[in-house]
Design a protein around this ligand. Sequence first.
Ligand SMILES: O=C(O)COP(=O)(O)O
Ligand SMILES: [Mg+2]
Length: 223
Amino acid sequence: MTNFPFAIVGFDLDGTLLNTLGDLAGAVNYTIGLEGRAPIPVDEVRPLVGGGSRKMLAKALEVTGGALPASRIDELFPRLLEYYEAHIAIETKLYPGGAQMLDSLASRGVQLALVTNKLEHLAVKLLGELGLSDRFYTIIGGDSLGPNTAKPRPDTLLEMRRRGVAGRAAYVGDTTYDTGAARAAGLPCVAVSFGFNDLPLAELGATAVIDHFDELIPTLERL
Ligand SMILES: O=C(O)COP(=O)(O)O
Ligand SMILES: [Mg+2]
């Protein structure tokens, strides 16, 4: 056994472990194009991500000509999911240092979890395509536990703890959905500055902020 202070470390997916921006932008632009809307530059898709892909679609419509009624979003959303599923790992990759950091945590005996607002089947597919599935003892999505359980609700993080070993847990994320869920679940949250931060870093409410995955283990050791 090592003296590492956490038994479980959970990771958010979009904008934290993986840079999914290019493929999310591809899917959202395809979908709003069906409605005659002009594509959104990739960088401007960043602040739309975090609350799940339906929210991303609704916000994308808002900023390209106006909100649409929920009934129309209900029709468009399956098209987005279909397109994204078929183009899920074209540009998506781990942020720098990610693989090494996961190896280092695993070598310290830490259990790794993946807790995302993405739909579970999409998270499972994406991690599988990138060869990352086996690293996680559990993959929990925004829909895994039923309605109204996605972050910033604490439910998915509490479930992560239930499914894992006893001991301290920490969460790593990039948005207020993550810091809010961690706070509600009573866990420290390390925010990554390179993700899809929806507020300035100082306002995210994170326990600590890192600029590179090299900093994660030393940061966790200080918490
Ligand atoms: O799908 C989203 O909007 C967010 O997904 P995440 O929780 O992995 O950041
Ligand atoms: Mg995220």
